[in-house]
Ligand binder design. Structure first.
Ligand code: NAD
Length: 291
């Protein structure tokens, strides 16, 4: 199927990156959010990020202008009805996502493919509440979207082959690489990454190492570009905890139990970079370990 127009729901951290890469790849993009402010911020951020890419010689000035010209915003969800492909990237709450799909359904074209960028919610369950489970997929981008090469494609139990093939073609046109994952909790990347981060927090909790020694060990000893605790702060400790809970509940295995210290940081509101404090304190010039 030929995809030309793309509707993106949610203009937050991920939605604006998704709109950015689709507009740059030549798709007409309509970005939606319930918050007008989020839409304004997203457009300004996309403009700045494209500018930065142009300054680094990764794209031309014309690419930047052409991408901005392909990008429109709307606070009315129904305006997305004419899109060939919808990417839902709103807040990670199942009731929010279900309500979005319910409101969209009466306005969609028969051929429209529905997708969700969810990190953890069952694709099969979201799809089952729509009129087109065979044309529904998980379309999981990594943060920051313009920088990260991988996209996970998750087929629900009912997803058909033409839908999967169409999205494979879209990922190729974006210049990214697809990895296919079955629809099980946290898919592939987070299934492997989050238990590692959780284990790093246990290592800290049990006093085997401190924040600095744990991060240094994994950077210099395992060649990771970022230490696991530094990475957890980047992702957001609330997000890390939510994904560990999804693994623990969904797979019913105690090896996924979230570390009590991770829970404690989240209870304190120390969520990482976004709140300026997590395993490091970011309020000064240099990040300072908090343990
Ligand atoms: P975010 O909080 O930055 O943005 C969410 C946006 O959704 C907000 O602007 C909010 O106003 C908007 N929104 C809420 N309800 C809406 C509605 N009914 N209609 C339209 N817009 C609505 O969140 P995010 O980090 O961009 O996450 C979005 C999705 O991407 C989630 O499903 C998350 O699991 C997934 N994801 C996040 C990451 C990450 O690292 N943050 C990585 C991969 C996938």
């Amino acid at each position: 199927m030929d995809i030309r127009t793309v509707g993106v729901v949610g203009a937050g951290q991920m939605g604006n990156g998704i709109a950015h890469v689709f507009a740059l790849a030549g798709y007409d993009v309509l970005l939606n959010d319930i918050s007008e402010e989020a839409l304004e911020k997203a457009l300004a951020l996309i403009d700045r990020n494209l500018e930065r890419q142009a300054a680094r010689g990764k794209i031309t000035g014309e690419d930047h202008q052409a991408a901005m010209a392909r990008l429109r915003t709307t606070a009315r969800l129904v305006d997305l009805g004419a899109s060939d492909l919808i990417i839902e990237s709103a807040t990670e709450r199942e009731t929010v996502k279900q309500a979005i799909f319910e409101d969209l359904l009466p306005h969609l074209q028969p051929h429209t493919i529905l997708t969700s960028n969810t990190s953890s919610i069952s694709i099969t369950r979201l799809a089952s509440r729509t009129d087109r489970p065979e044309r529904f997929m998980g379309f999981h981008f990594m943060n920051p979207v313009p920088v990260m090469q991988l996209v996970e494609l998750i087929r629900g139990i009912a997803t058909d082959e033409p839908t999967y093939k169409t999205l494979l073609g879209v990922v190729e046109k974006l210049g990214k690489t697809a990895a296919s994952s079955e629809d099980f909790p946290a898919f592939i990347v987070n299934r492997i990454l989050m238990p590692m981060i959780n284990e790093a927090v246990y290592t800290l909790y049990e006093g085997v190492g401190n924040v600095r020694s744990i991060d240094e060990s994994m950077k210099l000893g395992a060649n990771h570009p970022m230490g696991p605790l530094e990475l957890a702060d980047f992702i957001g400790l609330d997000t890390c905890l939510a994904i560990m809970n999804v693994l623990h509940d969904g797979l019913a295995d105690t090896k996924y139990r979230p570390c009590p210290l991770l829970t404690k940081y989240v209870e304190a509101g120390w969520l990482g970079r976004k709140t300026k404090r997590g395993f490091y304190d970011y309020r000064g010039d240099e990040p300072v370990p908090t343990r």
